[in-house]
Design a protein around this ligand. Structure first.
Ligand SMILES: [Zn+2]
Length: 414
């Protein structure tokens, strides 16, 4: 006797149920005499699935026994009617429960209350959903935000918190991911996320909204892996510089491995160039550009792109329409939910683009001196803002590092 288990996977959850798929296969292959289910409505997640099932067991002459409802005789029209009604009733009940829970949840968020675990830096008050800044942990969060904007690696921040004996709320020690999660929480900025849209919460955060957005922008602007790398090992153009022929990223070797930028694709591409000369060349071009009178106007961060604002407004309108249709029972939750989620995802992306990029201090006052005071992530950010690409052509027959800077091509951002 075979037993197939889809443990705890509701027929209504929309998740795939490998056990159910296997069951259908076995029935089709006539490897089963009797299907035993808890209740007929627990076997299927849609009327469509039920009809397919009825067809299949009729065609194969398979019996169905249920624990709650006894033998389930789908060979008669009455038996089929009962099965369809049970399925419909059970499905409606499941949807109502989901809607009730989700409505209560959404309502609380719409009122600006916090749902879920209270983020580090905040503490509970007598009013559920209205946490307040924690006098001890709050300043820690502000310091973390300041350091992320400055360009410190998350792994380094985590390590130093541990060295200072600061404990996270859960777990034994801070990790790169733990710091990242903390900064992802809108609650620390006094914001709640409701259907993917951030709105002002009914409580104060530990950092202001502009600071929180700046941390999000700082992290989003770093290439994969950069946010966890200690900035001491970052080079100015590592992975920004690309080979002209294939677009391979070139990485900057540390002092130990020779001071070069090199594309490392064995047997395909070994284009390389001396790092100190390249860095100095790019630095001089950047400083000269920033000294031009129009630099400030052309580099001022554009927060509110009218196109993005218009798109966000339209998405919000569509979201409200769909939510209204669901509330009025005109659109089934199963159909409306995925649409709401897609809208929320796009709104989240727009939210991220709205975050202002922060330019380091002194950028237009005295660029040459300012450059020296910037951290490597700040310098890299400026390079990324100024150039849409920096490419490197191969050096003919020469195999060794070659300082011929004419092989570099810098393309300004429009
Ligand atoms: Zn290449």
């Amino acid at each position: 006797m075979a037993s197939l288990v889809d443990n705890d996977i509701s027929a209504f959850s929309g998740r795939t149920r490998p056990g159910y798929e296997r069951l259908l296969e076995l029935i089709r292959a006539r490897g089963i005499d009797v299907v035993l289910a808890w209740a007929p409505e627990r076997l299927h997640r849609s009327p469509r699935e039920l009809e397919d099932f009825i067809e299949l067991i009729e065609a194969t002459g398979t019996a169905v026994e249920t624990i709650k409802a006894g033998a389930w005789d789908v060979s008669t029209s009455h038996g089929r009617l009962v099965a369809r009604m049970l399925g419909a009733v059970s499905r409606a009940e499941s949807e109502r429960t989901g809607e009730r829970v989700s409505r209560a949840h959404q309502q609380a968020k719409a009122n600006g209350f916090w749902r879920g675990p209270i983020p580090y830096g905040m503490q509970a008050t007598a009013t559920p959903g209205k946490p307040e800044p924690d006098p001890v942990a709050g300043p820690v969060v502000r310091d973390i935000a300041r350091r992320v904007i400055r360009g410190d690696a998350l792994s380094r921040i985590a390590r130093e918190l541990n060295e200072q004996g600061v404990r996270p709320r859960r777990g034994q020690a801070w990790t790169h991911t733990g710091v990242l999660r903390l900064l992802e929480s809108p609650g620390i900025a006094g914001l709640v996320s409701s259907d993917g849209e951030l709105r002002e919460a009914a409580f104060e955060g530990v950092v202001d909204v502009a600071t929180w957005r700046a941390t999000r922008a700082a992290l989003a602007g770093r290439p994969r892996g950069e946010s966890r790398r200690p900035r001491e090992t970052l080079t100015l153009l590592g992975s920004i510089l690309r080979c002209a022929e294939h677009g391979h990223p070139c990485y900057g070797g540390g002092d130990k491995y020779g001071r070069v930028y090199q594309a490392q694709v064995r047997g395909v591409c070994a284009v390389r160039i001396t790092r100190p000369a390249t860095d100095d060349f790019v630095r001089r071009i950047v400083v000269a550009r920033l000294q031009k009178p129009d630099a400030q106007a052309s580099l001022a961060p554009a927060h509110n792109s009218p196109a993005l604002e218009a798109e966000a407004a339209e998405l919000q309108q569509r979201r409200n329409d769909i939510a209204g249709l669901i509330a009025d029972g005109l659109l089934p939750t199963a159909v409306g939910r995925p649409r709401l989620e897609a809208l929320a995802r796009r709104l989240g992306e727009i939210e991220l683009h709205r975050s202002p990029r922060q330019l380091p201090q002194g950028v237009f006052v005295d660029p040459a001196t300012a450059w020296e005071s910037w951290t490597m992530p700040e310098r890299r950010e400026i390079v990324r803002m100024l150039f849409s690409s920096i490419t490197l052509r191969a050096a003919g027959n020469s195999q060794g590092p070659n300082a011929d800077l004419r092989r570099l091509q810098l393309t300004w951002t429009a």
